[in-house]
Ligand binder design. Structure first.
Ligand code: 5GP
Length: 201
């Protein structure tokens, strides 16, 4: 039986660079797979359905909730976001690692259902830097930027529920720290029972 994959949950205030970190992680770790979330938010310029998100209507999202198809879901900045569970559980069962890039409300739901997950919180080097990054990104309306910044401080109070905190000062450094966390977690005794059985037989 394959050792179950690791579920990695990445959260952090909007604009911390979680998306960039995720892309780099996926490029560097072939066993790592991205869970594509469903959202009722409209696509931003350059976003593609089935790549960045599954863009869905409110009705379809509601149906996914009632059919119990979501591992977690939350309302974030006025839109709904959720993780379809089937894809995640199939990957984990086949030994693949999965990364979820989700907000703190969703992360806490996952933690209840899946405490063996690895919960990593990404922080910006400073709140000034965060504001600067969101403005420079240029993808959000002024109203959305204000909302995202005012949520950031409240979000940061949830850090204690996570296992690790990584500062995203330079992307390659943050990515290599997360890589080190993945390697350490793979070697954790609690995840190695299959391996130990094989060695001792
Ligand atoms: P954005 O609109 O910038 O793509 O994402 C807004 C926020 O929603 C981010 O904090 C992102 O991590 C979070 N998010 C994206 N997908 C999900 C999801 O499936 N579930 C939850 N709970 N949050 C999500």
């Amino acid at each position: 039986m394959a050792q179950q994959g690791i579920l990695i949950v990445l959260s952090g205030p909007s604009g911390t660079g979680k998306g960039t970190i995720c892309r780099e992680l996926l490029r560097n770790y072939p066993n790592l797979h991205y869970s594509i979330s469903a959202t009722t938010r409209s696509p931003r310029l350059g976003e593609t359905n089935g790549v960045n998100y599954w863009f869905t209507s409110k009705d379809d999202f509601q149906n996914m909730i009632s059919r119990d198809e979501l591992l977690e879901w939350a309302e974030v900045y006025g839109n709904y976001y959720g993780t379809p569970c089937r894809y995640v559980s199939e990957l984990l069962d086949s030994g693949k690692d999965v990364v979820l890039e989700i907000d703190t409300q969703g992360a806490m739901q996952v933690k209840k259902k899946f405490p063996q997950g690895v919960f990593i919180y990404i922080v910006p080097p400073s709140m000034e830097e965060l504001a600067d990054r969101i403005h420079k990104r240029g993808t959000d309306s002024l109203e959305s930027i204000k909302r995202r910044l005012s949520c950031a401080s409240a979000e940061m109070n949830k850090i204690n529920s996570y296992n690790y905190v990584v500062v995203n000062d330079e992307v390659p450094v943050a990515v290599s720290k997360i890589g080190a966390i993945i390697v350490a977690e793979k070697c954790n005794v609690s995840r190695s029972s299959e391996l130990l059985k094989q060695i001792c037989k």
